[in-house]
Design a protein around this ligand. Structure first.
Ligand code: SF4
Length: 287
């Protein structure tokens, strides 16, 4: 963390991630009187609130803030903390679901099975494809899970390797096939625009989407453009491809407003519209 006071810039030392995370609880009182403003909708459930059952992630995907921010350390909340927080949420509002925004929630699978089975409220979560096994699907179907975001990222094995996803395209296919035709809404999330990504790579992503879309009414897709973050392992590769990063916070904000209008891929961006046309192609598939 750095700050400027009286023209003096101070950059604090990097700290290790918090370990005793149960000590830190959201101050729900702050939003209590205005709770209606904070509900959001997930998969048709309209009064959903967010919660964390853990922090950090032991993986090092090249595009993800985690490696730098959490130093690749996973730390779980205790069962007691999670139950208590859910009770608090139930008391302060008429919630109809909880979306867990953990980076990776099932590192302590034994505890997760117990907690997510016990909680008597619809819940959603994000997960890596290689965590979806037959056993996982069996127990999760018996719970009130209504939504799973699957971090698929790419249909190109070469891209998955380059971004250090430590996951295979086959694992994505297997996860989808295990979850299809369940009562759980599954959204497979893909990213395009990685440094050096080729048109063939992107085509492989679209092909995978078309393939897994067949006969799976409970599965849809999201496609997001790769966003370079300082401190990630893809950051340097992005700079090497000639990208000039924003300097000020305002410029970062402008980058978002402009729709991340940069190209660090191998695709020709006079053909830049290729990606956006391709996205439209996908939207048609989803509809
Ligand atoms: S993308 Fe997901 S699995 Fe990869 S480092 Fe980030 S949180 Fe972990």
């Amino acid at each position: 963390m750095g700050f400027k006071k009286n023209s003096i810039i101070t950059i604090n030392k990097t700290i290790t991630p918090l370990r005793e995370i149960d000590r830190y609880k959201p101050d729900w009182d702050i939003i209590k009187s205005n709770i209606d403003k904070y509900y959001f909708q997930v998969s048709g459930i309209s009064r959903v609130l967010p919660l964390l059952s853990s922090r950090g992630c032991p993986y090092n995907c090249g595009f993800c803030y985690n490696n730098y921010f959490n130093k690749s350390e996973w730390r779980g909340h205790s069962k007691e903390y999670i139950y208590e927080q859910i009770d608090v949420l139930k008391k302060i509002g008429k919630i109809s679901g909880i979306r867990f925004f953990d980076d990776i929630p099932f590192c302590n699978l034994e505890q997760a099975e117990k907690v997510f089975t016990d909680i008597d409220i619809p819940w959603g979560v994000g997960i890596r494809p290689n965590q979806i096994t037959e056993e996982f699907v069996q127990w999760v179907k018996k719970t009130k899970c209504f939504y799973i975001f699957l971090g698929a990222e790419s249909g190109s094995q070469s891209v998955l390797n380059k971004i250090d996803k430590k996951c295979s395209v086959d694992a994505v296919k297997r996860a989808v096939s295990l979850l299809k035709n369940s009562n759980i809404h599954v959204r497979a999330g893909f990213l395009i625009g990685f440094p050096g990504e080729t048109k063939e790579d992107i085509d492989e992503t679209f092909n995978l989407i078309q393939q897994i879309d067949k006969g799976a009414d409970n599965i849809d897709f999201s496609i997001t453009k790769y966003i370079p973050y300082p401190g990630t392992s893809l950051w340097q590769k992005t700079l090497e491809r000639g990208w000039e990063p924003p300097v000020t916070t305002q410029e970062w904000g402008d980058l978002m407003k402009s729709g991340f209008n940069y190209n660090v891929t191998e695709c020709d961006y006079s053909d830049i519209n290729y990606i956006f046309e391709a996205c439209n192609k996908i939207i048609n598939i989803i509809i």
